[in-house]
Design a protein around this ligand. Structure first.
Ligand code: NDP
Length: 253
C-alpha cells in the first residue's frame, strides 16, 4: 500500500456500514492502518477482511461508544494493537425524527448518547494520542474529523433533537479546532446531505416510510461521496486545514 497516509493509523467509528464503512476503505487505500469500530462484529469483520484483501491493515474494535468505559478501552486497544493514532473519524450516529409531541424520550436519549456523549468519550480518549502523533510523525499533523449533517446547520420541524446533537457537534468542533491549532491537531467537520445508507432504516414505523417517500425522487449521495470528503481533508499537507465541508445531494434544497 502506498498513499499519503502511509505509516499512519486511523480509527473510524461506525465503520460497520454506510459512511463509516466507505471511509474506512478510503483511508486504507491511502495507506493508513484502519481500526473499524462498531457494535456489529460480523459486519466489522467483513469490512476488515475486504481491507486486508486489498493489501491493507485493519483491526476490528467491537464497542458501544455510548458506554464511556467501552469507548475509552476501544481507543486504548487501537493504540496497543497498531502503535499510534493519527486520525480519528467520529462517524457513529443515530437519527430519530418526528414531531416532538409524539417522540419517545428514549429516542431522544439515544441520539444524545451516541451523537454527543459517544463522540465526546472517544474524542477525550483519543486526544492525547493524536497530540503525540502530531509531535512525532513525519507528517507532523493529526486529524479529528466529525461527521455532522446539514442538520448541524439548518433546523427543521421534526428534527429538533437531531438538530441539537449535530449543531452541538459543529460548536464542539469549532472550539476544539481553535484550541488544538498549536498542537498541530486539525479538527474538522463534514456535513452530509441525504446519503443512501442504513440510517433511515432505524426510524420508527410510520416515520420511516414518510421520510423514505420524501427522498424517493431524489438522487441521493453515496457513502463514497462523503468518504471522499473525509479523505480530502486528512490527506492535505500540514500547512492546509479544511475546517468544514458541506456536501449536499445536487438536487437537495
Ligand atoms: P448507518 O446507520 O449506516 O451507520 C451508523 C453507524 O454508527 C453504524 O456503523 C453503527 O454501527 C454505528 N453506531 C451506532 N450506534 C453506535 C454505538 N452506540 N456505538 C458504536 N457504533 C454505533 O448510517 P450513516 O452511515 O448514514 O451514518 C453515519 C453518520 O453520518 C451519522 O453520524 C449520521 O448522523 C451522519 N449523517 C448521515 C446522513 C445520511 O443521510 N445518511 C446525513 C447526514 C449525516 P453498529 O450498528 O455496528 O454499532
Amino acid at each position: 500500500m502506498t498513499g499519503r497516509l502511509q505509516g499512519t493509523v486511523a480509527l473510524v467509528t461506525g465503520a460497520s456500514s454506510g459512511i463509516g464503512e466507505a471511509t474506512a476503505h478510503q483511508l486504507a487505500e491511502q495507506g493508513a492502518a484502519v481500526a473499524v469500530l462498531g457494535r456489529r462484529r460480523d459486519r466489522l469483520e467483513q469490512v476488515a477482511d475486504k481491507i486486508r484483501t486489498g493489501g491493507g491493515t485493519a483491526f476490528v474494535v467491537v464497542a458501544d461508544i455510548a458506554e464511556q468505559e467501552q469507548a475509552a478501552a476501544a481507543v486504548e486497544s487501537v493504540v496497543a494493537e497498531l502503535g499510534r493514532l493519527d486520525t480519528l473519524v467520529n462517524n457513529a450516529g443515530f437519527m430519530g425524527v418526528g414531531p416532538a409531541l409524539d417522540s419517545p424520550l428514549d429516542e431522544w436519549d439515544r441520539m444524545l448518547q451516541v451523537n454527543v456523549q459517544g463522540l465526546l468519550y472517544v474524542t477525550h480518549a483519543a486526544l492525547p494520542h493524536l497530540v503525540r502523533a502530531a509531535e512525532d510523525s513525519p507528517r507532523r499533523v493529526a486529524d479529528v474529523v466529525s461527521i455532522s449533517s446539514t442538520a448541524g446547520r439548518v433546523a427543521r420541524p421534526g428534527t429538533a433533537v437531531y438538530n441539537l446533537t449535530k449543531f452541538g457537534v459543529n460548536g464542539f468542533t469549532e472550539a476544539l479546532r481553535q484550541e488544538l491549532i498549536a498542537k498541530r491537531v486539525r479538527v474538522s467537520v463534514v456535513e452530509p446531505g441525504t446519503v443512501d445508507t442504513e440510517l433511515s432504516t432505524h426510524l420508527r414505523d410510520g416515520i420511516r416510510e414518510t421520510i423514505q417517500q420524501q427522498v424517493a425522487d431524489l438522487e441521493l449521495l453515496h457513502p463514497q461521496d462523503i468518504a471522499d470528503a473525509v479523505s480530502y481533508i486528512v490527506t492535505r499537507d500540514r500547512r492546509v486545514a479544511v475546517n468544514e465541508m458541506l456536501v449536499r445531494a445536487a438536487e437537495q434544497t
